[in-house]
Design a binder for this molecule. Structure first.
Ligand code: D5M
Ligand code: FE
Ligand code: ZN
Length: 481
């Protein structure tokens, strides 16, 4: 017990007071400098009333932190893949996946006026006049040579090949990802073949945000890596106790979202054992449970897996299976969802995705980097897909339905994975990369990755005002925006 706390308690006990354990819990979280004054004033007040008992209610009234019961904490799971995962087999499965991707994205782009002039790849080949015509498909080839970019788009009728000459348009073509959906305005080339005159991405429309009616706050977290030697256990524990402190922001928190890499896992990378404190998945998840139990029960907690968590590696991922930890599944205030997931918090829609695809996108796209994950998130929103590139480092399962298409536009887009906390806005959508609670690992140091761990991002769901709590002792470790 802190010295100041035991002095304050002794003061009350010596005056013949009893202190309820719940009141004690509140005192433990009060700024020590204020303890003496608080206890003396309460003791004086209650002595006048001839009541020699200090309750939780007395302290909450004194501190002005009585729990606001009007704050809603309603969670609806809008979509999450756990029960939808059907994995088709082999080539047939992949055909189904890509045809689902094409159909969903074609439906999205059909909202645009140009789509009235859309022709299939097979029909386009028979067109002989030079009126504007559009074709759409998934990019299968993107090749730049001698200042000319060749693109091949695939649709269910076949493939279309076109050439981009215009310099500005080549820059856009250069950022297209393989297997990404795009619509092209095309014309006949002088000799033969087709010129691409414009490239149109599905993108998201600018739109008004859904807002919570009451001022409930949500905390955005990811990449805790519990079980790893580098998990910032002291800082995270301190942060978790802040959640039940008298701080006015903490008192309004009703949601905690964890965006993957909850634990460090086992056998995720070579020689991982040497960097683990807890050597089994069960032990690591038990630690998660213990930390979660310190969070007040009126706060709803949503837990989504990342590439370090058990279940399956390929996207979409199911929720962390019950067999590893029933406790988390059984908790009434905990919801286990798969990756990706869309949840509604008092009506505010949050799309959660761990962010595995960022690795592939950063490697192949000029202008994008690990330091600015929200730029990559904008790229995903423009493509209306969470993981366009197939067959690179990010494994994607052959689902019958492509569950990674961004069908509904969220109010908040929440991603983790790259261990850099950053905020941005895109067309009215709040972009949150919630960073990590793991110090730089030797691997990250070897590739020059500099995380900014120990930062919790907090959003007021009524006003969208953003706050953050920084638990890092390094003054260079700041939230990017
Ligand atoms: O990944 C944290 C970040 O580090 C993420 O951007 C990927 C990168 N990373 C991690 N391991 C590797 C390997 N083996 N190769 C390339 N990049 C890597 P996390 O998911 O927390 O491990
Ligand atoms: Fe991680
Ligand atoms: Zn990760």
């Amino acid at each position: 017990m802190k010295k100041e706390l035991s002095l304050a308690l002794n003061y009350a006990l010596n005056k013949g007071f009893q202190i309820h354990p719940d009141a004690f819990k509140i005192l433990e979280n009060v700024d020590v400098k204020k303890l003496e004054k608080i206890i003396k004033e309460i003791v004086r007040e209650k002595t006048k009333q001839k009541l020699f008992h200090i309750s939780q209610d007395d302290l909450e009234t004194y501190l002005g932190i009585k729990e606001d019961l009007t704050l809603q904490n309603e969670v609806k799971i809008i979509s999450e893949p756990t029960n939808k995962i059907t994995s088709g087999e082999g080539v047939k499965g992949y055909n189904a996946l890509f045809s689902s991707r094409f159909n969903k994205l074609k439906r999205i782009i059909s909202d645009r006026p140009e789509s009235r002039l859309l022709k299939s790849a097979a029909v386009v080949k028979s067109i002989k006049n030079d009126d504007d015509v559009y074709v759409c498909g998934l990019v299968s080839v993107r090749n730049t040579e001698r200042n000319i970019t060749k693109l091949v788009l695939e649709d269910p009728s076949g493939s279309f090949e076109g050439i981009v000459f215009d310099n500005e348009l080549q820059k856009i073509a250069g950022t297209l990802l393989i297997d990404q959906f795009v619509m092209a305005r095309i014309g006949l080339a002088k000799n033969s073949g087709y010129i691409i005159k414009d490239l149109i991405l599905p993108d998201v429309p600018e739109q008004a945000k859904n807002k919570s009616e009451t001022e409930a706050y949500a905390i955005f977290l990811s990449d805790l890596h519990i079980g790893s030697k580098y998990f910032m256990e002291d800082e995270f524990t301190e942060f978790v106790s802040w959640i039940s402190s008298p701080d006015p922001i903490a008192r309004k928190i009703r949601f905690v979202l964890i965006c993957g890499d909850v634990i460090d896992g086992v056998g995720i990378y070579p020689n991982q054992n040497k960097e683990l404190i807890c050597l089994t998945i069960q032990e690591q998840l038990k630690k998660v449970e213990d930390l979660i139990d310190k969070i007040p029960k009126n706060i709803k907690i949503i837990i989504m897996p990342g590439n370090h968590d058990p279940g399956r590696r390929a996207l979409p991922q199911p929720a962390i299976p019950k067999k590893y930890n029933l406790g988390l599944w059984d908790r009434e205030n905990v919801m286990m969802v798969g990756n990706p997931a869309v949840v509604s918090l008092n009506g505010v829609r949050v799309m959660m995705f761990h962010g595995q695809s960022i690795d592939d996108i950063v490697k192949t796209t000029p202008g994008l980097s690990y330091d600015k994950p929200t730029d990559v998130m904008k790229h995903l929103l423009r493509a209306r897909h969470l993981s366009p590139i197939y067959g690179s480092q990010t494994p994607i399962a052959p689902e019958m339905e492509d569950l990674l298409v961004i069908e509904d536009v969220p109010d908040i887009f929440h991603v983790g994975h790259v261990h850099r906390a950053e905020l941005a806005m895109y067309k009215g959508i709040l972009l949150v990369n919630s960073g990590s609670w793991q110090k730089q690992t030797p691997f990250q140091a070897s590739v020059g990755m500099i995380p900014n761990p120990g930062i919790a991002i907090i959003v007021n769901l009524k006003t969208f005002q953003v706050f953050h709590e920084n638990y890092s002792s390094n003054s260079n470790n700041i939230l990017q925006s």
